[in-house]
Design a protein around this ligand. Structure first.
Ligand code: SDX
Length: 429
């Protein structure tokens, strides 16, 4: 492999080092570009820009590959738990039996939320979006837990505390938004069971665990656990680069995830399918609108910055829809519409030419509906799943000797130098 690329401009040549990753992807190292050449690069949306070196998640968008710490997501979805996958992402390896038991104990010991936080929840307007509540409350954790986050032990404690509390905070926002009694976490329940119990247990009707539902939630969270340098992870890294506390960096990631082009797409998909269903099920009209450049409508749940083939997570999620609905003896007309929509779209030249395939959000909402999660909490579910990935990426950036405060440059296109004009001399409008 050539160790350099040569940049030639106006008779001058500059050599820029080439760096290569463990999966042979190559990058041009421009650490000294401006110093040596006076040039910067220009790449809105960073589609061609590597922001960091990372050993956490590997994606191959052309082949539809996704691996966490080298392990294919298909194997983890089949054989692991969300708790074990979280440990893998954050610590870089699968835990021993003792380590996993200690991790479980820590997650249970810190799953309660400070009682004073309930006052915060009760003062949000009743129709507040759960993502706005969750990102605010995660940021507020700093006020309740101002401990240092310097030593490895302090950081690990804070990380485990956040993983433990996020599901309690999510369930609390749901219960309080409905004016229901808050259900507290139970030490005898595992991570996903605890969340389901806090969400759906009521004094008059104890929640009944169905193993297929519990497993579907585990797999849902495993599939969302990390996805290398996506929008919200980039937000966590950028905000974290200012050396702010973990809670603030994660709160920024949650805000980024909320957008309908990112994690908010799972809610937008169900709203789109519901609209199609309500208007008689004419999914072909949605496909035509998505192709119309004069129409801002997009086929939500389709397309991806990296995957130019089927998102491997969507394949698993689609199978899970069928298995879960069969186990619950449920039929969801939105699943039928989704399948028909996919069948038409993936054969349509526009979608084929643009490499647009279902992404993780296309079928995930059907799974969440079957579990009983309200639509406005779908992105909260994505956030709980992505939390271990955000934490792993934040920790990796904090330990990266090349990681500096994020401060991109720009190509200025504003006015040349001009001068202040006193009000008396300005043109009347
Ligand atoms: C997630 O990055 C990650 O890893 C994200 C994620 C994760 O796990 O963190 O995978 C989670 O966010 C999945 C994506 C969820 N969003 C959606 O489903 C929203 C719908 N999809 C899009 O808006 C879009 O595909 C994006 C946002 C996902 C990707 O946008 P890009 O890479 O910036 O692509 P683009 O908007 O520049 O589109 C390229 C072309 C355009 O056409 P042209 O102008 O070139 O002719 O493809 C078209 C777009 O109009 N296009 C679509 C489309 N997505 C792209 N046309 C119709 N419907 C769509 N869904």
């Amino acid at each position: 492999m050539a160790e350099y690329v040569t940049l030639t401009y106006e008779g001058r040549s500059y050599q820029l080092p080439v760096i290569e990753g463990t999966e042979n992807e190559r990058g041009i190292d421009i650490l000294r570009l401006r110093t040596d050449t006076g040039f910067i690069t220009y790449d809105p949306g960073f589609a061609n820009t590597g922001a960091c070196k990372s050993g956490i998640t590997y994606m191959d968008g052309e082949k539809g590959i996704l691996r966490y710490r080298g392990i294919p997501v298909e194997e983890l979805a089949e054989r692991s738990t969300f708790k074990e996958t979280s440990y893998l992402l954050i610590n870089g390896r699968l835990p021993s039996d003792r380590e996993l038991r200690n991790f479980s104990i820590m997650l249970n010991d810190h799953s309660l939320v400070h009682e004073d936080m309930k006052t915060f929840y009760q003062n949000f307007p009743r129709l507040s979006h759960p993502m706005g509540i969750l990102s605010s409350m995660v940021n507020a954790l700093r006020s309740f837990y101002p401990e240092l986050q310097v030593t490895e032990e302090e950081i690990n404690f804070t990380v485990t505390r956040l993983l433990a509390k996020v599901r309690t905070m999510a369930a609390m926002s749901y219960k309080i938004s409905r004016g229901h009694t808050v259900v507290y976490p139970r030490p005898d329940l595992a991570y996903s069971e605890n969340f389901l119990n806090m969400m759906f247990n009521t004094p008059v009707k104890p929640y009944e665990f169905i193993k297929e539902v519990v497993r579907a939630l585990e797999v849902f969270w495993i599939l969302h656990a990390d996805h290398e340098q996506n929008c919200s992870t980039t937000a966590v890294r950028v905000v974290g680069s200012g050396r702010v506390n973990l809670y603030a960096a994660i709160s920024a990631g949650m805000s980024a995830l909320w957008g309908p082009l990112h994690g908010g797409a799972n809610q937008a998909v169900i709203e789109m399918l519901s609209d199609i269903h309500a208007s008689g099920g004419d999914y072909r009209k949605a496909v035509e609108r998505a192709k119309d450049k004069n129409d801002s409508f997009r086929l939500m749940g389709f397309g991806h910055r990296v995957y130019k083939t089927y998102d491997p997570r969507a394949k698993i999620m689609k199978r899970m829809c069928d298995n879960l609905l069969e186990a619950l003896n449920l039929a969801d007309p939105l699943l039928d519409i989704a399948k028909e929509l996919e069948e038409v779209a993936v054969k349509d030249p526009y979608f084929v030419d643009h490499n647009l395939y279902p992404n993780v959000d296309f079928y995930s909402g059907i799974v969440l509906r079957a579990i009983g999660i309200p639509t406005n909490m779908f992105t909260v579910m994505f956030a709980i799943g992505r939390l271990p990935g955000w934490i792993a990426q934040w920790k990796e950036s904090m330990d990266d000797p090349q990681w500096r405060i994020s401060r991109p440059r720009q190509i200025y296109t504003g006015p040349l130098e001009t001068h202040y004009v006193p009000m008396s001399e300005r043109e009347p409008s």
